[in-house]
Design a protein around this ligand. Structure first.
Ligand code: SF4
Length: 248
């Protein structure tokens, strides 16, 4: 028999959004950004793979600066291999972990030529075989280049999914599985972009802009940031004391 005591001891699993509420949330995000896109620059599926592989622990702006010239001279695996390791290194030196990333760009270009007839593969299983390409990169490529409804969980999506209660999870894999379950089909293609951009510009890691957030009414985050325009730097004003009546 279950007693009240054992009941209270039981740990509750985190509540996820139902599909109906998740649909409401995505609809709000879609109003703000009707046509969401990646902010990484690319000209074809191959350059997208390279750009995403370069973007680990780097900003999209930094990667775009580096690839602007690189992709003008090397927008295919053949051209990248012709440029060679040193040539690639010269272009990506401004990006973190550039030595390793340049090696991966050369190695993945070689594999695309040798094993996939020069074409970027279109399945996750094949993509993750490419050097420097993990599940997250593969999901971004499948979604952005091939229109598949995958959701790649990066730091922004992880934060937004947990804070809002949309799809809580302890690690990116758990959040991805939770998002897969909760996200209605009609929003799956855009979900990745909507959540990333919301996390990058509104639900930021420090001081999320809750006062200016379109999904505030749906979000379960307890410590919402108050509107700075309505709070002084000294905190809320103390109520004025009533002047004591003096005896005549
Ligand atoms: S209300 Fe705040 S915590 Fe919730 S999603 Fe919006 S910005 Fe993030």
């Amino acid at each position: 028999m279950t007693t009240a005591k054992t009941k209270s001891r039981r740990k509750r699993a985190p509540r996820t959004f139902g599909k109906e509420k998740a649909a409401e949330l995505y609809a709000e995000l879609a109003k703000v950004r009707p046509n969401p896109k990646t902010e990484l620059d690319f000209v074809n599926p191959y350059t997208l793979v390279v750009a995403v592989a370069l973007s680990a622990q780097a900003t999209d702006v930094g990667v775009n600066k580096a690839t602007k010239e690189l992709f003008k001279i090397a927008d295919s695996p053949e051209k990248m291999l012709a440029l060679g390791l040193e040539g690639v290194e010269q272009h990506v030196k401004t990006i973190g972990l550039w030595r390793n990333k340049a090696k991966n760009v050369i190695a993945l270009s070689q594999m695309i030529l040798d094993e996939f007839d020069g074409e970027v593969p279109q399945t996750r299983e094949e993509l993750v075989r490419l050097p420097g390409v993990g599940r997250k990169t593969a999901n971004v490529v499948l979604n952005e280049a091939f229109g598949q409804p995958t959701i790649a969980v990066d730091t922004h999506i992880f934060r937004v999914s947990n804070r809002t209660g949309l799809a809580p999870g302890k690690d990116p894999d758990q959040v991805e599985a939770s998002l897969e379950r909760t996200t209605p089909d009609e929003f799956k293609l855009g979900a990745h972009h909507w959540l990333i951009l919301h996390g990058r510009y509104t639900c930021t890691a420090r001081k999320p802009k809750c006062w200016d957030c379109s999904i505030r009414h749906l979000c379960r985050f307890k410590d919402k940031t108050p509107d700075p325009a309505k709070t002084s730097s000294l905190g809320p004003k103390a109520p004025k004391r009533k002047a004591r009546a003096t005896k005549a």
